[in-house]
Design a protein around this ligand. Structure first.
Ligand code: MD6
Ligand code: FE
Length: 221
């Protein structure tokens, strides 16, 4: 499997999922959205709707409404617990995260052809020691990434159906967003559009295996 280091901590895996794997994951996502329908989140304070629709799977899900951004164990409209993460998503986390605990959240973003996502940081988690692992399905997206400061220079790459990207270490808190979709590169979604999964470890683990840097690990190394 090939990978490309885009910046320290930012690793791109083109064609991580082959077509058959993309189709299997899409089937799992269809079952998830039947149980936990896509909802239309809105911005805290202003209430302005996102152009992206979302749902989640896994123990915790990310939601955004007038009160703020947060993780919660239930769907905001049905009140039901989020469906379990599909096996392929758990495998991608195990394979790509380099993190010794399972992810506890998987956000599923759906982009209609005109949808976009403004430049942001993923910082609603407690555990920044774990990376964010992202999988793309459907139409290609123009993905922009910059630095820790909002004003840092940015670059963009095209994320295709089946691509994975991992934000970890010094890249964990960089700014990023989706400028727009580029239609016509994939027929995975018959109506067009794009699905993006982001897997995260939200809560600090209850135990760790002593890989953290600092006086303790120095003393035993
Ligand atoms: C998207 N992705 O690809 C939006 N966040 O649709 C993200 O916001 C993202 O791809 C953190 C890490 C990786 C990502
Ligand atoms: Fe993000």
């Amino acid at each position: 499997m090939s990978s490309l280091i885009l910046a320290p901590g930012l690793v791109y895996y083109p064609d991580y999922l082959d077509r058959a794997a993309q189709e299997r994951l899409l089937q799992s996502l269809r079952a998830i959205t039947r149980a936990a329908p896509l909802f239309a989140p809105c911005m805290p304070r202003t209430g302005k709707p996102f152009s992206v629709r979302m749902t989640n799977c896994g123990r915790l899900g990310w939601v955004s409404d007038i009160d703020g951004y947060r993780y919660q164990p239930t769907h905001p409209e049905t009140g039901e617990p989020w469906p379990a993460m599909p096996e392929q998503a758990r495998q991608a986390w195990e394979h790509l995260s380099g993190y010794p605990h399972p992810a506890d959240a998987c956000l599923i973003n759906f982009y209609a052809p005109e949808a976009r996502m403004g430049l942001h940081q993923d910082k609603d988690e407690e555990e920044f020691g774990a990376p964010v692992v992202s999988l793309s399905l459907g139409d290609t997206a123009l993905f922009r990434y910059g630095g820790i400061e909002r004003k840092d220079p940015t670059r963009s790459i095209r994320l295709k159906s089946g691509d994975a990207i991992v934000f970890g270490g010094p890249a964990r808190l960089i700014h990023h967003g989706i400028d727009r979709l580029i239609p016509g590169h994939s027929d995975l979604l018959p109506q067009g559009g794009r699905l993006n999964l982001t897997l995260r470890k939200v809560e600090k683990p209850l135990y760790s295996i002593g890989r953290e840097i600092g006086p303790t690990s120095d003393a035993v190394s």
